[in-house]
Design a protein around this ligand. Structure first.
Ligand code: GDP
Ligand code: MN
Length: 432
């Protein structure tokens, strides 16, 4: 069953990597894994790729239309491709708030690059993968355009089902790959890679063949696939996606687009990469939350959710929907254990004027429920909480936590389980 949240809350999708859908295309199972935090822009991903022997086009990055014009002249190319830099895909078919159609443009005239960049930079670009209002474009990529004779799809992902990396490819690239997976699952090919042994020549060759690369192009594609895999490992990526992974009439295999996601747990050993983190697309409240190691996602209902873990966040949002309510946001405490984080979390959740009730759903595994309970009572008092609060705690030290809440004299509604919590939270906002 598709999650009602996934269907209704576009923004939540940014928090959760949906690629496993692709992996599960044949078995129809839907899995959601937490979206890790770091995402790089295309130009940053391509720099990493080209530094590691992966073939990308020559390019410059520009912050102003004038810089874009100068870059186009400097490239001295037969044709130029101008690309808006936002983290979402589907840019080619996107629309700017300036009225300009298309986040990817080809032209032979550097002057046109300047004119188009003027209608891109500073405007919002809305695509199938962005919120309705789009995402502000601060930078454009100016690259040497190459002719494309064929577009294929290639990705390397960490796959839960096989507990390791998997190559996913399709000869049908350039387009929305989820659609290919849904309509032509036989055109999605996979190779599970043993992380200890690494990628085998035979696997890279087979993938290149499945992608339809013929003759000398097959070896070239296989070589690129191996280099992409080695990069994936080296930089602790959770996903490297190249769409299109294309071929030119001159017989070159080129990565025309690039999207790389990283494992947050590797931050300590990938300092240079994490220093590139571009937070400009985050909402201020998301950045504020990140300062306290909290993850905030704004949604459009009226029940604030305070949870730990992306899985519990999904479940909480789903069960609110199923009981006729709508989440206003959710704040993920992750593995956090500090009372001060709980206080900050409440501060952030209640800063949203849409919030009419708060639902706390915390599972104490690593987290001690008593610490959460103390944080909650402290926050309620200091912030003079004015909206109903429903709390469901479970796990480590839950009895002491319950006592703290019950003896606090605060109007806190306890819930025995998730269903009960959702029902009580929904009732508290519909009563009025
Ligand atoms: P996306 O729409 O955000 O995925 O952006 P892409 O970088 O994938 O570009 C969208 C489409 O523009 C690609 O699928 C290609 O068809 C086309 N495109 C991008 N770069 C070039 C290029 O250098 N030459 C040509 N001929 N087409 C390109
Ligand atoms: Mn693309």
């Amino acid at each position: 069953m598709a999650s009602p949240v996934a269907a209704q809350a576009g923004k939540l999708l940014r928090h959760l990597a949906l690629r496993p859908r692709l992996l599960a295309a044949r078995s129809q199972a839907v899995q959601l894994t937490p979206r890790r935090w770091l995402n790089l822009q295309e130009y940053q991903s391509k720099k990493l790729m080209s530094d590691n022997g992966v073939k990308v086009q020559r390019f410059f990055v520009a912050d102003t239309a004038n810089e874009a014009l100068e870059a186009a002249k400097k490239l001295n190319a037969k044709e130029i491709v101008l690309k808006a830099q936002i983290l979402a895909g589907g840019r080619g078919k996107g629309v700017f708030s300036s009225g300009l159609k298309g986040g990817v443009h080809l032209t032979k005239d550097p002057k046109v690059v300047g004119q188009l960049a003027k209608q891109m930079i500073g405007y919002n670009l809305a695509t199938k993968q962005t919120p309705k209002e789009g995402v502000k474009v601060n930078k454009v990529m100016v690259a040497e355009a190459l002719d494309i004779s064929r577009e294929t799809y290639l990705a390397i992902l960490m796959d839960r089902a096989s507990n390791g990396p998997v190559l996913v490819g399709s000869p049908q690239g350039g387009v929305d790959i989820e659609e290919v997976a849904a309509t032509n699952p036989e055109l999605i090919f996979k190779e599970q890679i043993d992380i200890i042994e690494g990628i085998k020549d035979s696997q890279a060759q087979r993938m290149a063949e499945n992608l339809g690369f013929l003759g000398p192009l097959k070896n070239q594609a296989a070589d690129q696939i191996k280099k992409l895999y080695n990069l994936f490992l080296k930089i602790d990526a959770t996903q490297v996606e190249v769409n299109p992974f294309g071929e030119t009439p001159e017989g070159q295999v080129v990565c025309f687009d690039a999207k790389i996601n990283f494992d947050d747990n590797a931050e300590f050993r990938q300092k240079d990469i994490f220093a590139m983190d571009d937070k400009s697309e985050n909402e201020p409240i998301e950045n504020e939350a990140a300062r306290y190691d909290l993850k905030y996602i704004g949604l459009d209902g009226n029940i604030a959710c305070f949870v730990n873990g992306a899985g519990l966040a999904m479940a909480t949002c789903d069960i609110i929907f199923l009981n006729g309510g709508k989440p206003a946001n959710f704040l993920d405490l992750g593995g956090g254990v500090k009372e001060s984080q709980v206080y900050q979390a409440f501060k952030l959740l209640t800063a949203d004027p849409k919030v009419e009730a708060i639902l706390v759903n915390i599972f104490g595994g690593i987290v001690n429920c008593a610490i959460i309970a103390n944080g909650i009572t402290k926050a309620c008092r200091e912030l003079e909480l004015k909206v109903p609060l429903v709390v469901r705690l479970e796990g480590t030290n839950v009895h002491e936590a319950q006592n703290i809440l019950n003896n606090s004299g605060l109007p806190i509604t306890s819930a025995v389980d998730l269903e009960d919590a959702a029902k009580k939270a929904v009732a508290s906002v519909t009563k009025k």
